[in-house]
Design a protein around this ligand. Structure first.
Ligand code: HEC
Length: 279
């Protein structure tokens, strides 16, 4: 192979690898700086998905829809059509109905200064159950916000803290970052010291307040471990509906790999046998 061909081939391989990695790069750049918590979601656990669905219809569907799926989908998690009707549908709806919210979009726009997003594909778009879990655990009280709540993963979020009665109320403990031309210079835990430092350094130094961690200031009806389980199950439900075929696809993937390896071995020996006489 001459040098030009080799270079072309190298270029094509690099481009292919970059295309393959592209979505991963996109997620990293688009995300917030908050590290995601590990939700430890197991989609083989059907009870967890059912439990998450129960919380979803009770605590989320007042505002959110998941209108690209039907209630019926939950039959795949082991529920009967009667169980779905009795436990998850509150009006006279049918199991074949789409999971629509009763909230008129016009009201949503008035109350939340924007439409409430449909959550069918959120787990997939945001990058999985860990994102949802971190988001649900990231709410804290912030009197400066119109609905009194803020979120560590989603700063200035427009959603109220709807699970506060279960989780309790959490307040932020801040740390104060001094930046010089956008570069972090020093960090303080005490605001007054940080302000004094910035004043001493001059106007090129800027102070930024970031949430260090959250502390429960008023307990809710659940313990921390119990609430984590609720957040985990809601995350499992949203992860499941975002891609109901994921489990099947992953299992199929192993069969495909097995087939390919058997087929490649056979092909290799056939090639060897065929070329034996020619050489
Ligand atoms: C009172 C109405 C209301 C309820 C109830 C509610 N939400 Fe929300 N939610 C919102 C609004 C409004 C937004 C848009 C926030 C924004 O973009 O700033 C939102 C945004 C979200 C997002 C981010 C979507 C994205 O990709 O930007 C997620 C995830 C979410 N909600 C999950 C939930 C879950 C889970 C529940 C139930 C436990 C729930 N919400 C209950 C109003 C609500």
């Amino acid at each position: 192979m001459n040098q030009k061909k080799l270079l072309n081939r190298l270029f094509a391989y690099t481009a292919a690898i970059l295309c393959y990695l592209m979505p991963a790069i996109g997620y990293t750049a688009g995300g917030s700086n908050v590290p995601l918590l590990n939700a430890q979601v197991n989609l083989d656990n059907q009870a967890a998905i059912q439990h998450g669905a129960k919380y979803f219809v009770n605590y989320c569907m007042g505002c959110h829809a998941a209108e690209y799926i039907r209630y019926q989908l939950l039959e795949n998690t082991g529920l009967t059509s009667q169980q779905i009707k009795d436990n998850l549908i509150f009006d006279n709806g049918k199991v074949s109905d789409l999971m629509k919210t009763a909230l008129p979009q016009q009201d949503a726009v008035t109350w939340f200064s924007g439409p409430v997003p449909d959550l069918t594909l959120t787990a997939r778009i945001r990058g999985g159950a860990d994102w949802i879990y971190t988001y649900l655990k990231g709410f804290y009280t912030d009197p400066g916000r119109p609905l009194g709540a803020n979120n560590t993963l989603y700063p200035n979020v427009g959603m109220p803290n709807v699970l506060w009665s279960l989780e309790g109320i959490k307040s932020p403990v801040y740390r104060y970052q001094v930046k010089h031309q956008g570069v972090l210079e020093r960090e303080f835990t005490d605001e007054a010291t940080a302000v004094a430092y910035v004043e001493q350094q001059g106007s090129e130094y800027k102070l930024e307040k970031v949430v260090d961690h959250l502390v429960v200031t008023q307990p809710g009806s659940l313990s921390e471990a119990e609430f984590d389980q609720v957040a985990r199950d809601i995350s499992a439900f949203l992860d499941y509906i975002a891609e109901p075929m994921k489990q099947e696809r992953q299992q199929l993937g192993w069969w495909v790999l097995l087939f390919l390896s058997v087929f490649s071995t056979l092909a290799y020996f056939m090639k060897k046998a065929w070329w034996e006489d020619i050489h």
